[in-house]
Write a protein that binds this ligand. Structure first.
Ligand code: IMP
Ligand code: MG
Length: 185
């Protein structure tokens, strides 16, 4: 598949969450994290590539000493659903033992990716381990994973934008939307 070369926006059927709503909610999440971790340092770990834009905006709303690190994962299996077998493409640069870790995710769908990551990171003995996801597609949950901070709940539809891709495209859209059905075919 390839996106419309004249305008990505022409491929969008519906905007589910506007740019303004995202920016406002991300600011609230940053303020909440600032309050919850007052007096401590936080290591925010983004799961690449989807959480990249979210992390970038989120940290600008966190008024604490923040360090950032990145994990890249790929789930074995088909394009729009995850199998739960997660392959680490890029591991963290630094140990997390004794640190306050917040995993930053773009979306929690079945919960399999997050479940795997939580189990992996717990074995490294962080002082605390929390999860912040921009989107929660709760209807699709197969594994009950603890989530501390949720931006928005979304319906069971394949969404793109603000970091989320379809076939690696559309990540740069500043809103969350759904594509026209013909794009997904
Ligand atoms: P899970 O393991 O099923 O929870 O899937 C999590 C991952 O699947 C996310 O980090 C996304 O990369 C991808 N994903 C799930 N739903 C969507 C969607 O609606 N749009 C884009 N990516 C999605
Ligand atoms: Mg993805």
């Amino acid at each position: 598949m390839s996106p419309n070369p004249s305008s990505l926006y022409d491929d969008v059927a519906d905007v589910l969450i506007s740019q303004e709503a995202i920016q406002q909610r991300v600011a609230e999440l940053g303020q909440q994290i600032t309050l919850d971790f007052a007096g401590s340092e936080v290591l925010m770990i983004a799961v690449l590539k989807g959480a990249l834009l979210f992390l970038a905006d989120l940290v600008r709303n966190v008024n604490l000493p923040v360090a950032m690190d990145f994990l890249a994962v790929s789930s074995y299996g088909a394009g729009t659903s995850s199998s739960g077998v997660v392959r680490i493409l890029k591991d963290l640069d630094e140990p997390i033992e004794g640190r306050n870790v917040v995993i930053v995710e773009d979306i929690v769908d079945s919960g399999r990716t997050l479940d795997y990551l939580l189990r992996m990171l717990r074995q490294r003995h962080p002082a605390t381990l929390h999860v912040c996801t921009l989107l929660d597609k709760r209807e699709r949950r197969e594994i009950n994973v603890p989530i501390d901070y949720v931006g928005f709940e979304v319906p069971d539809e394949f969404v793109v934008g603000y970091g989320l891709d379809f076939a690696e495209y559309y990540r740069q859209l500043p809103f969350i939307g759904v594509l026209k059905p013909e794009i997904y075919q």
